[in-house]
Design a protein around this ligand. Sequence first.
Ligand SMILES: Nc1ncnc2c1ncn2[C@@H]1O[C@H](COP(=O)(O)OP(=O)(O)OP(=O)(O)O)[C@@H](O)[C@H]1O
Ligand SMILES: [Mg+2]
Length: 259
Amino acid sequence: MSAPLLVASNLQKRFDSRGRTVAALDDVNFEVAPGETLALVGPSGSGKTTAARALMRLTELDGGDIHFDGEDLLGLKGARLRAVRARLQMVFQDPRAAFNPRATVARVLDDPLRIHGIAPRGERPEAIAQLLQRVGLSPDLASRAIHEISGGQRQRVAIARAIATRPRLIVLDEAVSALDVSVRGQILELLLDLQRSENIPYLFISHDLGVVRAIAHRVAIMDKGRIVETGRAAEVIANPQSDTGQALVAAAPKLRHRA
Ligand SMILES: Nc1ncnc2c1ncn2[C@@H]1O[C@H](COP(=O)(O)OP(=O)(O)OP(=O)(O)O)[C@@H](O)[C@H]1O
Ligand SMILES: [Mg+2]
């Protein structure tokens, strides 16, 4: 396997709320290699989003080390941090919360192209049309407002925005969970196509093992802030060793029929 692009070591994060301390991350370790999809799965509250937000530098860790593309991610500031942010993108569960609903699709896609200096002003309309085509949307959608398009279209726009900066890694946190089954299948196909054509690795957070089996090469199962099991996705799902993994598989009866 090629050298990992992302190495997260001994991540630690506690939250204090109403006099109680929660260990959201307790010695969490994982790696993502170029072209690979690592799924983080686990019950609600197990620390998946905290891990994702720590990678994006949206949550300050109490301890640990993250190396991305050979750089010490947690030590970066200012211009170097902004440069890394272009290469590390995230797609959230509910793109409505991530977008200004009154912004046009063009505006949403123009921002990263401008902020990260990807394309000069005169070339941005063409760059936006190309991004829309890459995620299977008509360039005519550019003039529509975010609140005027469907949930599936919005999630494609979120993916277009994520790939606008030519990222080296995309973190997807429950990115298909809110979509109905047929749209979910289309977005998964789109993600697989993008990965095949551009070798972009994904950190894919989900609690749907069916989705994980369709998209992930490896899986790490989290519970109460710890990784309790890792392995090849197909093997872990077919034969989970940890109690948490067994409970997740048992809660997804359709998986057993298809296995
Ligand atoms: N800002 C915060 N303040 C206090 N506690 C928090 C905060 N963010 C997360 N937590 C707690 O940290 C733990 C891990 O939360 P996290 O959101 O990472 O879980 P998750 O695995 O993403 O869950 P879900 O599947 O429901 O999205 C939970 O106990 C949660 O309540
Ligand atoms: Mg979460």
